[in-house]
Design a protein around this ligand. Structure first.
Ligand SMILES: [Zn+2]
Length: 124
């Protein structure tokens, strides 16, 4: 029992399919937003299905546009959505926003690992 377990856990966390799984995708044709945590009831898509795992036959429930008409607008949380939404429009600042965002995500991950380790140490 040991540090080894914690290390594996850490690797799991690092390699886990991260937030990208929860990225929402917007239909460029009609503005419909696919929300992975909700899925698509009309299209028989279960809640929690990432956009990337939708069947190739899936189409926008609103205007029938194919998957290729959709653009990634990032996960639904706070103000990061706005940054991601503008990311495709070539503003120099977006790069900074993206990096800051990654930093937050990584920092949160690190905090989580530290937290888990402290529980582990406490248990001893
Ligand atoms: Zn649409």
């Amino acid at each position: 029992m040991d540090v080894w377990n914690v290390k594996n856990l850490q690797e799991d966390l690092m390699s886990a399919p991260d937030v990208a799984q929860l990225d929402r995708h917007e239909c460029r044709t009609c503005g419909y937003v696919y929300e992975p945590s909700e899925g698509d009831k009309k299209g028989n898509v279960a809640p929690g299905t990432p956009f990337t795992e939708l069947p190739v036959t899936w189409r926008c429930p609103n205007c029938r546009a194919p998957v290729s008409k959709f653009g990634n607008i990032g996960p639904r949380e706070g103000n990061t959505v706005g940054f991601t939404e503008n990311a495709g429009y070539g503003l120099g600042l977006n790069k900074v926003s993206g990096q800051t965002r990654s930093l937050f995500i990584f920092g949160g991950l690190l905090l989580g690992i530290l937290f888990l380790m402290s529980i582990y140490l406490w248990g001893n």
